[in-house]
Ligand binder design. Structure first.
Ligand code: DGI
Ligand code: FE
Ligand code: FE
Ligand code: FE
Length: 187
């Protein structure tokens, strides 16, 4: 499957608005890769696929997690986390992506993780700050991203954690570990 066919296949699985978001993540990930010394082609591939199953029925996402030995603890946390792990599985199984770093960037784009790779950070940050995003704090994230990938991503996770606290929701441990890891890196 070439790039255009992949794009068409992913696009067909989501509403137009979500595809616009994906295009924003693609261009932002490429820009960040160039700015911070990452690989633009791999950043773009991860971006194309990062939300591939976001609009699948949530039971389907749960089934992929249950039936393929993905982390079962995800099922006890917010369903918003599921599409990232399920998406990495789909990227490999249905689209034949074999690049483990690209698969990891898809897998951890929502939660983050401890010791995030450069590609993990680029995709996760692009997801936070693509041009279509408009939430309190996004301006601050974009400003930080002018000079520091880690500072910008930290601002992103801080915002997500605040949001989860306000909503009284549980925080997936990898998100806490991602934030702690970034703080250590910034020391
Ligand atoms: O898929 P997107 O909407 O583009 O963005 P995303 O994959 O980063 O999903 C973000 C949502 O996930 C956001 O509304 C917060 C929610 N969420 C629920 N529990 C957690 C969580 N996000 C993180 N990082 N950690 C959680 O424990
Ligand atoms: Fe997502
Ligand atoms: Fe995100
Ligand atoms: Fe996204």
């Amino acid at each position: 499957m070439n790039r255009d066919e992949l794009i068409e296949s992913v696009r067909s699985q989501m509403p137009a608005k979500r595809w616009e978001h994906t295009e924003g993540v693609m261009s932002t990930a490429v820009m960040l890769a160039k700015r911070f010394g990452g690989d633009p082609a791999r950043a773009e591939l991860a971006a194309i696929l990062h939300d591939v199953c976001k609009y699948w029925p949530v039971e389907e996402q749960g089934r992929v997690i249950r039936e393929n030995g993905l982390p079962q603890d995800l099922l006890e946390y917010d369903k918003e986390l599921w599409h990232a792990h399920a998406g990495a599985w789909v990227a490999r199984d249905r689209y034949g992506v074999g690049d483990e770093e690209v698969l990891d960037a898809i897998r951890y784009h929502t939660s983050g993780r401890e010791n995030m790779t450069l590609l993990d950070k680029i995709v996760c940050l692009a997801d936070y700050m693509e041009p279509g995003r408009d939430f309190p704090g996004v301006h601050n994230i974009r400003e930080n991203a002018e000079h520091s990938l880690e500072r910008a991503l930290l601002a992103g996770f801080d915002g997500t954690i605040r949001f989860l606290l306000e909503k009284g929701k549980r925080i997936y441990p990898l998100t806490v570990m991602a934030r702690n890891g970034l703080l250590l890196e910034l020391q």
